[in-house]
Design a protein around this ligand. Structure first.
Ligand code: NDP
Length: 434
């Protein structure tokens, strides 16, 4: 990638942006033509086979976040999102973090977890013992149900037994849950895992004398974690109003509040997911699965808390860290079908699944940094409303060049609302007709 073509990317016109991506070797000639001809479309035949009762495509803007340096590699990150200012904030944060050495990431061994939950087990201790003794047999039966993943180097690798007892005083009976740890290689693996769980359930019933009620993966992917960290010297945080040290300390304090207050933590984490979801969606992955897992992970202490940590090191630098369960894939689902997803993988240089995790967790950290930094300094409305002004202009009916003209006037108006946007547009149109 040659980033010289990507300088001041946000200032370029739409077609020049696409050309710059081509010149920088981020997209191919064919991808450039598709984007220039506005033909990045999911065809209706394919879509009709993807879901039921298909009636049409629901479009979402696809953009790119710039300035990312992840494990010393420069990257352009595709983001599918309808919310203004997310991509600008992401690029802004990545620039500051990039100027301080970028993101450093780690990933755990990718293991998905399948669950078979049994009811009416007559003797839980005996059942647990029998399952543990039959571990090898259970794992090989699971692998026999999906031999192709074993050939690829994956498959069922480990097993644990959990006794689920009522902690709510609601007379819920005790259940027994068998967890199987499965390497699904490049896939997110829901279908692989579910097939395996359904295949071992009768054997588990035989072993436990219970009845298998649920046979599916858990989206709480605690064996598939990705961590991103960054270190930002305080002087890089300086704003017109605050010194770098003040901004650093205010970010740390904001993070402390999100650690102890769930009301703040939810919004804090939503900001992280602005970036995470946008890349997960662009890459054709199941964002509901990621959302569900991430929020459970935020509650792992028993209380919903901030997913990020912001502290200072001995040198006085701001140190950020984010860990997320990220069971994403680079094959399967809609990934190799959806043209937008295919383009997104291409923009990122066709990362393998662990690398995609590294990218996504870094985007989450950047997004959190941008949001909290803005919140503790100028507030987020200044930047947000500037970009929101364009959405208001479009809602007011502005077209072409008038969108920016209305937005520019609106940005400096006291009341930035739809009625004001309509009035501004009316004035412009009247001027235009004179
Ligand atoms: P798929 O079943 O679509 O695809 C995975 C398949 O891709 C594998 O079985 C394998 O088949 C093939 N493959 C090719 N190359 C590789 C490779 N290098 N590594 C691994 N597999 C490879 O997808 P998943 O099993 O990943 O399931 C994901 C889908 O399941 C998503 O669409 C998700 O929305 C959905 N889903 C999610 C649920 C949840 O999250 N709770 C529940 C149910 C479904 P082969 O080896 O035979 O070639």
């Amino acid at each position: 990638m040659d980033t010289t073509y990507l300088k001041k990317f946000y200032k370029k016109k739409h077609d020049d942006k696409i050309n710059a991506l081509f010149l920088a070797d981020v997209i191919s000639k064919q991808e450039k033509d598709v984007l220039l001809n506005r033909t990045l479309e999911l065809d209706s035949d394919t879509a009709n086979h993807m879901i039921e009762n298909y009636i049409g495509n629901y479009s979402m803007p696809l953009g790119v976040a710039m300035n990312y340096i992840i494990d010393q590699e420069e990257l352009v990150v595709p983001m599918a999102i309808e919310e203004p200012s997310v991509i600008a904030a992401s690029s802004f944060a990545a620039k500051i973090i990039g100027s301080a050495g970028g993101f450093k990431t780690t990933v755990t061994r990718r293991m998905m977890i399948g669950q078979v939950t049994l009811k009416a087990v007559p003797n839980l201790e005996v059942a647990e013992q029998k399952i543990k003794e039959a571990k090898k047999d259970i794992l090989s039966r699971a692998n026999e149900a999906h031999p192709s993943i074993v050939k690829r180097g994956g498959g069922a690798k480990n097993l644990e037994v959990r006794i689920l007892t009522d902690d709510t005083n609601n007379n819920i009976p005790t259940y027994l849950s068998v967890h199987v740890h499965i390497s699904t290689q490049e896939a997110m693996g829901a279908n692989i895992v579910n097939t395996m769980m359904e295949s071992i359930a009768p054997y588990l019933e035989e072993l436990t004398q219970g009845k298998a009620l649920l046979r599916i993966l858990t989206n709480y992917a605690t064996e598939c974690l990705a961590t991103s960290t960054c270190v930002i010297p305080a002087h890089k945080l300086k704003t017109g109003e605050f010194s770098g040290e003040e901004v650093r300390d205010r970010i740390i304090e904001a993070n402390q509040i999100a650690t102890i207050d769930p009301y703040r933590a939810v919004t804090h984490n939503k900001g992280i997911m602005n970036g995470v979801d946008a890349v997960v969606l662009a890459s054709g992955n199941d964002w509901r699965a990621i959302e569900a897992g991430v929020h459970a992970y935020a509650s792992r202490s028993g209380q919903y808390r901030s997913l990020t940590s912001w502290t200072k090191n001995d040198a006085g630098d701001l140190v950020g860290e984010l860990t997320l369960p990220l069971p994403v894939g680079t094959v399967g689902g809609s990934i190799s079908i959806h043209p937008g997803a295919k383009l997104a993988h291409s923009i990122m240089g066709h990362p393998n699944a662990p690398k995609l995790e590294r990218i996504i967790v870094s985007v989450g950290l950047a997004q959190n940094f941008a949001a909290v930094r803005a919140l503790v300094t100028e507030g987020i409305q200044k930047g947000h409303m500037g970009l929101h002004a364009r959405s208001l202009a479009i809602s007011a009916g502005a077209k072409g060049d008038h969108i920016q003209q209305v937005a520019d006037i609106l940005k400096h108006s006291k009341h930035k609302n739809l009625q004001r946007a309509k009035n501004i547009l009316l004035n412009i149109l009247e001027e235009f007709e004179k």
